[in-house]
Design a protein around this ligand. Sequence first.
Ligand code: PA5
Ligand code: NI
Length: 192
Amino acid sequence: MPTSGLMQPFGVDVDLIEGIMTAPDRIAATKASDMRGYYQDAAALERLIESGDPLLYEVFEKRLPLEPGHVMFCISKLQPGRVGQECFMTKGHYHETAGAAELYLCLRGRGYLLMKTAEGQSALEPMYRGRLVYVPPYWAHRSINSGQEPLISLCAYPADAGHNYGEIETEGFPQRVLLRGGGEVIVSQAAG
Ligand code: PA5
Ligand code: NI
């Protein structure tokens, strides 16, 4: 038992339609201008930034001790839309503690969880309401919204996992999800 005493249990309310956690301790917001370097069509991203730099995704969290034994949880809300032909997506990351896994439960929307390993494997799991995806240890992960409404997921992972964006920022993922003429196209590429 911790010397500082036991933490008190608590509950939160989650709006399953709006994808909003009431009274979060932290909301991390990512705008178009935070996504430079991630999308294939850099000119289209600049046009989006110039048109008002919209909010692309938010993460709602409660503050928890970032210590082994705790389970961090958050609501991830990714807006629908495209940069050029490419569907809106999160940056994606490995965990700093690379062996830390994560659970994603999709609450609303349609899209994918794109995952990859440093050894060159990749996986694209469909996301839709009620779909639970397990991200095993050592897999980087990115949400992609290919639908027309927000893609909302509940995520849970070891509180000491941390986020490592560096490698994804430079190397990207081996697939991109595009919308062309109303249809989804999954494009494979070596890197970037
Ligand atoms: O813990 C997670 O994997 C998610 O909550 C993500 O952090 C969230 O979807 C935002 O993505 P990213 O952290 O890659 O910008
Ligand atoms: Ni994660």
